[in-house]
Ligand binder design. Sequence first.
Ligand SMILES: *Cc1c(COP(=O)(O)O)cnc(C)c1O
Length: 402
Amino acid sequence: MNLNKNYENLEQSYLFSTVARKVNEFIGKNPDKKIIRLGIGDVTLPLCKAVTQALHKAVDEMGVQATFRGYGPEQGYDFLRTAVQKYYAKRSIELNLDEIFISDGAKSDLGNILDLFDKDNTVLVPDPVYPVYVDTNIMNGRKVIFADANGDNCFLPMPTKTQPACSAETSSNTFPPADIIYICSPNNPTGAVYNKEQLREWVKYAKENNAVILFDSAYECFISDPELPRSIYEIEGAKECAIEFCSLSKTAGFTGTRCGYTIVPEALSKLNKMWLRRQTTKFNGVPYIIQRGAEAVFSEEGQREIKENINYYKENAKIISDTLKRCNIWHVGGKHSPYIWLRCPNNMTSWEFFDYLLENIQVVGTPGSGFGKNGEGYFRLTSFGSKENTIEAMERLEKILK
Ligand SMILES: *Cc1c(COP(=O)(O)O)cnc(C)c1O
């Protein structure tokens, strides 16, 4: 047997292991200092009541002969797909049930979808970005090119020559035509969000190049401005060129419970059929119990409860963003996202700033350079900590930076 040599081309990621090592070393030397972690990439608030009640009920059903369930439909139970359909309909997006596929999370589907594409396709990925897009393509041996996201384009790269300027300068960012385009909005790690006009440009570009957009909307629930698109299908024509990946992980605290949904429009008829075939062959569906929990997220009660949790995180984000504003630190995100992406002060590198914060105020964040070359000189803070800790961390930060 021969091994898949593409794995040798994966870059080792030392980001989170180095963060952990540095923090542990510091604790070893300073056992009495209180560390505040604002680098967390996982939710911390528990599942809401509507969800846990639905989970309990489903567990009981599984223990009774008359309501026991074995294998379910690979694409998900109709009750959950209907709930997703209604969720989109509220935003005037009409989906057929056949376009909705229930998944065990967005990460799996983002990787698995690549089964449908030729190895020779070129992939366009923004830099910096969620590492899964690059690594899954490298495992398949696909060529990856990058769309530079930087301060000049507010970390929102565009397919056109002239970038929308957010600072005084404009940069031109051209790349060879790509077949597969990744867009993550609201973005991880930057928290930047595309507006409708910008997504319209991407849809136009994808159609002109006969490319597919893989749209990751894992953070759509964090958008509160009705003018900002929470789904790519809010853009006319997007059903002809885009697949959308959604997750209940960050929106409803399902990171450990595992459920999401992927939309493969029937307008992309070959892809829709191929994905169904792929899923029915390689996947046996999400557990019934979990799908009942997920269904409860879309109930009126569930929606109200998850909004409370999201608002808690968003308040933390605002506390961070307001502090950075007072300290004159350039940043994006923090408004429609749990992430705040800041430019390290005094031209520090990402790791220099990491050490500076750890040594001086014991606040832990994530060095931007770990998310791609354009991340150097930037730093990610997250709002998934407690409010008390977020306030304390920001008081410490303001003291040393102001
Ligand atoms: C957290 C996250 C996901 C969600 O992954 P799950 O597998 O659903 O937990 C997807 N995309 C991005 C950008 C994320 O940050």
